[in-house]
Each structure stands twice: as structure tokens, then as C-alpha cells.
Design a protein around this ligand. Structure first.
Ligand code: NDP
Length: 399
């Protein structure tokens, strides 16, 4: 019987709250806090059991500490924005509350994300005997755990990892992003980057394109992107020679994005407009459909997973481990589409394992550093069953 404090009442916050509410045997008390309490109350109204709600500015450490001290949670799940990672980690450290997030710290005024500043908490968390679990969504999160599980149970050494993120969903709008548009657009307008033989290699944005036949979705175009889990996995998977990340985008999506970029709407530097400063990307976010509104409209499936290529007992082995998630089934269950669902379910599962002591440690951990077995055993029942297919070790499915 434990108390959970959830910060952030967006798409993912809604799923996390629903899923915690489905498990009263673990999460006996729930408080959902966000910048705008009305959004928390709207999520609370969807549930069959009562929860508390609160208003908090998660950029303000003192305000967070006051909220944590009044609610006294046993674990905090941070699903606000990546800009708040450091303030929330600081507040958890000061109050001795275990911390879990789904996205790596991002500098609000630079299109840049890296683990450096979160890893810098390592010594202070270890000294305090507290635990922070980083990146426990789907990617990062589930994908890292697939890699850790493969390393522990399938391979002596993993040499190559390709992370494949496919969304076969259709929301009917000409252009909309499935999660926070600001973060989504920043991610794909940046240069592509992958890690090979100990070095980072850069590509122009969306310059590397492949196609892959996804179970449950069919043939899709994939583009190479930099994604945050590459930073930690390249350090934590032994014997690794190359790791890349691929995401599907339709032709129409890329065309819209190119136009928005060409006219300057994806820029993050503020411009002067009618006497006030606005960042074009922030303005674009305000005119695009709210990702939370896509849920009822989205049909189709996601297929996200990893191709692991390595050695077992002296022989090459290649496997594809993935989850297929149906947007409409997610909506029926928690009133949200699959992108938020696939992020929120691993976050709740990770928090459960922390509360139960199956994930434990003093310090700051990326999820692949924790035991993948209890997670893989439970995640299917939590709503994200996985499958594994053996691939021909000599064939390149992304050729
Ligand atoms: P949303 O933008 O839908 O929700 C973010 C929520 O945080 C909103 O309720 C917002 O408030 C709130 N918030 C923002 N700033 C503050 C603040 N200063 N104080 C308190 N609350 C604040 O985003 P998503 O739900 O789509 O994403 C949530 C997180 O999940 C993000 O960090 C995202 O990067 C991550 N994510 C991770 C994925 C993964 O697989 N690992 C995939 C998808 C998302 P308001 O409503 O007032 O704006």
C-alpha cells in the first residue's frame, strides 16, 4: 500500500493516472499535480476511484518540496516536460522520495538533450540512499529493457542494435503530432546521429531512409534520428559496435514539416511580434491540435521494438523484439491514444517494481541498468505484451 505523486496532467499523465488507479493494491493513494489543476480534475473525473489533485509549478523546487512534504508520497512519477527533470530530481532528493521519469532533461532554450546533468545527481542520490530511475517510457524505456533482457537472456554479446519505432495510426488531420509538438518537432528537425565503433556519426536531418515490413502494420518508411536512449545504451550494452534509432513518418508528414521549417515556424529563438517576443515553435504548438485530442480520432496500430544482432555460444543470432499496440483499444481503456499509452504503462510498471523492491539501488539508473526480468514478466499483464521473432542472421532487414 503506497502513495504515488504524479506530476504532469498531459497525455501521458492521463494514462499514468488511469493505470495507477487500476492497481489500488499497489497505489493505495494517488495525487495528480500539474501547472493547471483543472486538467488534473478532468482526468480525476474519468476514474472510478477518488484521487487527490494539486496545482504545482514544477520549475519551482520550493513549491515541489512543499507539495511532496504535504502529500508524503512513496514514489514520484514525473510526466510533465523534460525541462522539469532537474527541479523535480532536486525536490525528490531533498525529501528522500524515489523519482522516475520518461524523458531526458532538455534545455528550454537549446534544441539539445543529454543525460549529463541528470547523471550528475548520481553521487548525491547514492549518498542519500535514494533512487532515481531515468527514461522509463517506451523509447526510452521499454526499448532499453528489451536490450537489457536480450543481453541477460539471449546473447553473450550484442554487437548491433536498431531501434524501430513505427506508428501506423491515422488521426484524420492533415498534420498533427502525436505527443508534445514542441518536443516532437525539435527531435526530427535536428541532425540524425548514431553511434558506431565508439564514435558518434552525424547525418543531415532525415537523410537516412529505409523501409521495413512491420507485423500488424505493413511496409513503412523509416528515417534515422538521434534519440536519447542511444546515449545510455551505447555505454551500458557490453560489446556493442553500433546502435541506431529509426522512426516512421509518412510522405505527407515530412512535406508539412519541410514547409513549416522553410517558413521559419519550427525555430525556437524568439522573434518580436506586435510588441512582444514569441518563439515560432511555441506559437505553432498553440495552433496545432492538442495531442490529447487525437485519442478519439486515431485508428491503427503502433509497432515499436528492437533488432538485436550478436553472438550466442559462438554463433550469430538476430532477433526482433516488439510490442504492437492498438490506438482504439487504448482509447477504450484509458481515453488516450497509443503513444501516450505506450509511454505511461512502462512508467507505472517501473514505479511498481521500485515500490516492491524488485528494482532497487542507491543512485541514478537508466532502466537498462536494472533487472529486466521482473519487468518483462509483468509488462504484458499491464497492457503491453511483447513478441520475439528470430531473424536470419545473415540478412539485413534494413538494407
Ligand atoms: P503534454 O504536453 O501532453 O503534457 C505535459 C504536462 O506537463 C501538461 O499537463 C503540462 O501542463 C504539464 N507541465 C508543463 N510544464 C509544467 C510545469 N512547469 N509545472 C507543472 N506542470 C507542467 O506532454 P505528454 O504527456 O505527451 O508527455 C509527457 C512527458 O512524457 C514528456 O516529458 C515527454 O517527453 C515524455 N514522453 C516520453 C516518451 C517515451 O517513450 N519515453 C514518449 C512520449 C512522451 P499544461 O497542461 O498546463 O501545459
Amino acid at each position: 500500500m503506497s502513495k504515488v505523486l504524479i506530476i504532469g496532467a498531459g497525455g501521458v499523465g492521463g494514462v499514468v493516472t488511469h493505470k495507477c488507479a487500476q492497481h489500488p493494491e499497489v497505489f493505495s493513494e494517488i495525487c495528480l499535480a500539474s501547472r493547471n489543476q483543472a486538467k488534473c480534475r478532468a482526468i480525476a473525473a474519468q476514474l472510478e476511484r477518488p484521487i487527490q489533485t494539486a496545482e504545482v509549478d514544477a520549475d519551482d523546487v520550493e513549491a515541489l518540496v512543499a507539495l511532496i512534504e504535504s502529500f508524503q508520497p512513496d514514489v514520484l512519477i514525473h510526466v510533465a516536460l523534460p525541462y522539469q527533470d532537474l527541479t523535480i530530481m532536486e525536490a525528490c532528493l531533498r525529501t528522500g522520495v524515489p523519482y522516475l521519469d520518461t524523458a531526458n532533461y532538455e534545455h528550454p532554450d537549446e534544441a539539445k538533450f543529454e543525460y549529463k546533468e541528470q547523471w550528475a545527481f548520481q553521487e548525491r542520490y547514492a549518498r542519500a540512499g535514494n533512487m532515481a530511475t531515468l527514461g522509463c517510457g517506451f523509447d526510452p524505456g521499454m526499448t532499453n529493457i528489451y536490450c537489457a533482457w536480450g543481453q541477460k537472456n539471449l546473447f553473450d554479446e550484442i554487437h548491433r542494435i536498431d531501434i524501430l519505432d513505427a506508428n501506423g495510426g491515422d488521426h484524420g488531420y492533415p498534420f498533427a503530432t502525436n505527443f508534445n509538438p514542441e518536443i516532437n518537432i525539435r527531435e526530427i528537425t535536428a541532425n540524425g546521429r548514431y553511434w558506431e565503433e565508439g564514435e558518434w556519426k552525424e547525418t543531415e536531418p532525415l537523410a537516412e531512409k529505409r523501409s521495413f515490413n512491420f507485423d500488424g502494420i505493413g511496409e513503412k518508411d523509416l528515417y534515422l534520428l538521434y534519440h536519447e536512449e542511444l546515449e545510455s545504451l551505447s555505454q551500458n550494452i557490453k560489446g556493442l559496435k553500433r546502435i541506431r534509432f529509426w522512426m516512421t513518418f509518412s510522405e505527407a508528414y515530412i512535406t508539412h514539416l519541410k514547409v513549416l521549417e522553410n517558413v521559419g515556424m519550427t525555430r525556437i529563438e524568439p522573434i518580436e511580434f506586435e510588441g512582444r517576443e514569441i518563439a515560432p515553435l511555441q506559437f505553432l504548438k498553440a495552433v496545432l491540435p492538442d495531442p490529447a485530442s487525437l485519442g478519439p480520432r486515431t485508428k491503427g496500430k503502433t509497432n515499436i521494438g528492437v533488432i538485436l544482432d550478436g553472438i550466442k555460444d559462438g554463433k550469430r543470432r538476430k532477433v526482433h523484439i516488439y510490442n504492437i499496440c492498438d490506438h482504439q483499444a487504448c482509447y477504450r481503456e484509458v481515453q488516450s491514444q497509443a503513444i501516450s499509452y505506450t509511454t505511461g504503462v512502462p512508467a507505472v510498471t517501473g514505479a511498481m517494481l521500485m515500490l516492491e523492491g524488485l528494482w532497487k539501488g542507491d543512485g541514478v539508473f537508466n532502466v537498462e541498468q536494472l533487472d529486466p526480468d521482473p519487468f518483462m514478466a509483468r509488462i504484458g499483464d499491464m497492457g503491453l505484451p511483447w513478441q520475439m521473432v528470430e531473424l536470419d542472421p545473415d540478412a539485413d532487414p534494413l538494407a
